[in-house]
Ligand binder design. Sequence first.
Ligand code: KE4
Length: 428
Amino acid sequence: MQYQRSSALFKAAQNVIPGGVNSPVRAFKAVGGTPIFVERAKGAYLYDADGNKLIDYIASWGPMILGHAYAPVIEAVKSRAELGTSFGMPTALETQIAELAIAMVPNIDKIRFVNSGTEACMSAVRLARGATKREKIIKFAGCYHGHSDAFLIQAGSGAVTFGSPSSPGVTKGTAMDTLLAPFNNLEAVAQLFKEYPDEIAAIIIEPVAGNMGCIPPVPGFLEGLRSLCDQFNTLLIFDEVMTGFRLAKGGAQELLGIKADIVTFGKVLGGGLPVGAFAAKNEIMRHLAPEGPVYQAGTLSGNPLAMAAGLAMLQALHSDAQIFDRLAAKTECLHEGLESVLKTTKIPFQINRVGSMISLHFTAHNVIDFKSATSGNNQKFNNYFHGMLEGGIYLPPSAFESYFLNDALSYEDIDFTIKRFKKVIKSI
Ligand code: KE4
């Protein structure tokens, strides 16, 4: 593969955009080398600026669950654009997508649309604080809920990749209201409630962590959080920006059978356009402006193009009873293929998988939290990443990310991936 054009584009971008990218993880800092500039994408394939065709296992970090340039979404956006792109006034479209999302997701009566997962999580925490009149929150080391100050305390994803667990610019005051516990460690959470029995407004968690690689909850962990929240009148926020509309129609709440008090969404919900959302039962959502006093707003919230894309996406997912099983089966096939190759070597590895989220870690330890996720051999990961890229397979450029499979991936694509892995594994 050659990347002359991507490297020229990267050079030019660095003159006018910090680090040449609009989101740090895209810069390949963790894996080294030149970030790939993409020209277009269709189905399971990316076509980069140098004309290379790549099998895509990121799906834009989740949104492209039905493959790139999915025709119904494209059509919806095209026809909607003709009618105007933004009004700053309500449209019937927002009600339509809200009704469908509420029909698909358990335990929510109302939903507020925003423009990103960060905004959704930030607003959900403010709502929880306003509704409970408490100030502290609990988050988990390695979980990432977007880049608002309250969350950049040992965040996952890009922040971990940059090895700067707590970002400069976050004030001590903010950090004091964010309590940390290790993922999958119920005892540590119980301890925090012992110390702050009536101060914790909410626990915010990725029910299946996707920002340390993919890390499932151990049996009893989420159930334990649910009962601690009930015991201490704390709200349980499921950050389903990744898992929502991906693990099941009703997301992780449906798949894992755990009720959250507030759920946040992003990614798939927008069909590739900028959308986030947060949702809850009426008794919580009634605190939100203009119904209640908790303020939250946005010029482009509920933007008609984004709503059109999201509605087309949700309609496709809602009407296809097999989609989530198909995605899980393809992911299982990838898992088995990678495992069968690795078992012919002496390389220690862990593969974590939930639904269409999966990650490979070069470590002998079970990967159950931030500490064990960072015990992986990053050099091996980087060699693996570049070896696969050379073979036309685009994986997340960081050991702290989950892969996101899309339904346009064929079993031939997966077979091609495994064949390439067989070659690459010999030299990492
Ligand atoms: P955005 O603000 O990036 O739309 O969503 C923030 C967010 C919130 N919650 C979870 C569970 C998330 O995974 C994310 C964002 N995910 C990362 C990928 N790990 C986005 C990729 C990026 O930062 O460029």
